[in-house]
Design a binder for this molecule. Structure first.
Ligand code: G3I
Length: 352
């Protein structure tokens, strides 16, 4: 890993950011048995020195919370805008951290023009060109990709293929195409199918686990080069984790020759008690239950939280609390203090 001094052009914010040495003492993110990392929000990465320091202190790998989605990368068919991912990779490399790429085929965060794609030929050409271009550009620098994100539907008790421009024009075959294209573009990268709602002790989650296993079996039977299943793990705080079922599920996934990892961990706390100690304890318990259920069977290839601090999180976009209190979904609080969740994660990734 290159360790070079890097001063960003974010001087606009008046901040000389991520100069090697600035955070020299924080830079030793402990090298746990299981790599721990976090999703990074581009705005604060450019303006908030405490945010950078926390990432450097705690993370061994990073992923853009945005920036690599179609809507960010592809404002028009002929344009590829690499500003955000390039900024993040420079930060990661300057600080000895690895990267994950998120995401190559998703139903959401699509630019309008791509939602207008019609027919098999045009759709497959655009999907392939996108993946070849983006994965090819970062070949060797992004060792793990969320190739297909949220393939499963979420609109009723029957879990099938989620609607998207990809599914509408190519059917389930879009998944095959995305993985084969990514494999050709970077033969060494870990290729991940990533989804949510796979952990809870609910009928819905159980149906999603079944549907995911069925999908993985079909992909295996068609020799689609999927290497790992990503548990997004946006854990609803008010739902218990089904530890036994999750362990069994992980074991079934492993039996297919696949790895597992945790890609977007946080706890959705809108339904949890207002009391902060109580709320944080429940959140840590959920995280501990999930990581424990996985660790009982295998070592995940990574544990990644969807953000590092409660200061910057997507959760209030959809899950604001009725009592007006701020959400607390992440391992560090708004002032970058470690919460019980962080201690639980550290214990788990230490490989205990
Ligand atoms: O960049 C614009 C900014 O220019 C504008 O001023 C602002 C006004 O709303 O919007 C900004 O874009 C927002 C973007 O996040 C960056 O903050 C979008 O509106 C907002 O929709 C977008 O939300 C992201 C969402 O995915 C959709 O891409 C969330 O931050 C991000 O956490 C969320 O992440 C997803 C994963 O990719 C997949 N799994 C679920 C997870 C949580 O929803």
């Amino acid at each position: 890993m290159r360790r070079r001094d890097f001063v960003t052009a974010a001087g606009a914010a008046g901040l000389a950011l991520w100069t090697r040495g600035l955070f020299e003492r924080a830079a030793a993110a402990s090298h746990s048995a299981i790599p721990f990392g976090a999703a990074v929000s581009d705005g604060p990465l450019q303006t908030d020195a405490a945010y950078q320091k926390a990432l450097i202190e705690h993370c061994q790998l990073l992923v853009g919370e945005g920036g690599m989605k179609w809507a960010d990368l592809r404002p028009s068919p002929s344009q590829y805008v690499y500003d955000q991912p390039d900024r993040l990779i420079a930060f990661a490399e300057a600080n000895g951290m690895k990267m994950r790429g998120h995401t190559l085929a998703w139903y959401a965060a699509m630019p309008d023009w791509a939602l207008q794609l019609k027919g098999e030929a045009e759709t497959s050409r655009e999907l392939m060109t996108h993946i070849e271009t983006v994965v090819g550009r970062y070949k060797g620098r992004i060792p793990s990709w969320d190739v297909v994100n949220e393939a499963l539907s979420d609109d009723g008790p029957r879990v099938g293929l989620r609607d998207s421009v990809w599914a509408a024009n190519l059917g389930e075959y879009y998944i095959d195409l995305a993985f084969h294209t990514a494999r050709a573009a970077d033969p060494a990268a870990q290729l991940v199918i990533n989804d949510y709602g796979l952990e809870a002790a609910t009928a819905k989650s159980s149906a999603r686990r079944r549907a995911m296993l069925d999908l993985l079996r079909r992909l295996r039977d068609r020799d689609v080069p999927v290497q790992a299943l990503g548990f997004q793990a946006h854990l609803p705080g008010n739902e218990e984790i089904d530890k036994d079922e999750v362990s069994r599920f992980v074991s079934d996934v492993k039996d297919m020759g696949l790895d597992v990892l945790v890609t977007e961990l946080d706890v959705i706390d809108d339904q949890l008690p207002a009391d902060i100690e109580e709320r944080d304890a429940i959140a840590a318990k959920r995280v501990g239950a999930l990581l424990g259920a996985i660790l009982d069977v295998t070592r995940p290839t990574a544990v990644v939280t969807w953000g590092i601090t409660d200061r910057y999180t997507w959760v209030p976009i959809w899950y604001k609390r009725a009592d007006g209190q701020a959400n607390r979904p992440l391992p560090l609080d708004e002032d970058y203090r470690e919460k019980p969740m962080m201690r639980t994660i550290k214990q788990a990734v230490a490989g205990a």
